[in-house]
Write a protein that binds this ligand. Sequence first.
Ligand SMILES: [Zn+2]
Length: 381
Amino acid sequence: MRFADIIGQEELKRKLIQTVKEGRVSHAQLFLGPEGTGKLALAVAYAQYLNCKSPSDEDSCGVCSSCQKYNKLIHPDLHFSFPIVNKGTDAEKNICAAHMKDFREAFLADPYLNYNDWMQAHGAENKQGNISKFECYDIISKLGLAPFEAGFKVLIMWLPEYLRDAGNVLLKIVEEPPQKTLFILVAERQEMLLTTISSRTQLVKVHRLGIDDLAKHLELTHELDESTARSVALLAEGNARLARELLNHELGANEQLFMDFMRHTYTGKGAEILSWIEKAADLGREGQKSLLQYGLHILRECFLMRFGSAKLARLKGIELDFVTKFSVFITEGNVADFNRLFNDGIYHIERNANARIVFHHLANESERLLAGAKKSTTVQA
Ligand SMILES: [Zn+2]
C-alpha cells in the first residue's frame, strides 16, 4: 500500500513522511479517526514507507523487495492484530496469525473496510469479535524476536476498542518496545480504548476526507459525472466506505423508500406503515443501514432548509421538493430526537438486531415526533 493509493489526506501524508525523514518516528502511535477516512491504509503505507529501500520524498517506491512484500501484506516483520471470534481454548486458533489469509484478502479488496465488513469476511455470524489474551501474549512473543530483515518490525493493531482488560499485559511493550519496533493502534472511538494503553501512544488524528478529494476519487473510480460524484461525497460526508455503499445500493431506491416512510408516519396510516416495514426488512443489513444514513442526511437538510442555510444548493429534483415540504415539521424541538432515532437504528442494525423491531420502533417514534410538530405548527398558524 503506497500513500498514492489512498484518497486525499495529503497534509497528513506529508507529516508522516516528515517524521521518517527527520528520524522522529514515535515507537507507539494511535491513528484515530472516523470510519471511511483510510486510517488503516495510512498506517500500512506509513510502515511501508518506513521500510522502503528507496523511498522518494513523497512515497515508498512500491517495487523494492520490502515494498513487494508490503504490497501483499506478507512482509515477515509486519504483523496485524484485529478482532476475531475466539473458539475454544486452543491458543493456536485464537490468535490473529491464524486468520491472516482472510484478513489480507479483506483488506486488499477494500482498505476502507469497517468492523462489520471484517466480521462478515471472518465468518463471525452473529458473534462479537475481540482481541483476546491469547493474541496479547502472541504479540509479546512476536515483538520479542529480532527482526527477520533490516528495518522496522511493525505491529498494527486495528480496532483496539475490542481489546479487553487482557490488553493491560501489553503496557510494558507499548511503553518500552524492543529497538526498531513500531506499534500503531488504529482506532475509531477513543472513549472505548484502554486509557492505560492509549495514554502511552502519540496521537495521530485522521480527519474526515475532503469532499473534493472524495468526489474526484469517485468520479475516476466509478465513472460518475462531476455533479453526481459530488452529491455522493456530500451525502457520505467524506466517508469513502459509505460513499461506495451508497453507490452500490442505488440512491434512487433509498430516496423513494425514505420519503414513503416520512409520508406514512406523518399520516399515521397503520397498514401502510406495516407494509413499509416489510419492504425495509427485506433490504438486508447493508441496505437498511444505507437507507437510515440517507434518512439522516435528508432530515438534516430539512432542518437546514428551515433556517435558510446556504448549503441548500446541494439539493435538486424530488429531494428538493420533499425537503421544501417537510422542513416545516423538522423543528428545533425534534431534530435532535430524529437524529438520535436514526443513529440508534443504525447502531442496532449493525449489531444484528431484528430489523422489523428496529423499524417498528423507528416508525412509532417518527409518528409521535411528527404528530407533536403538526400540533405546534397548527397552534402557531
Ligand atoms: Zn520500496
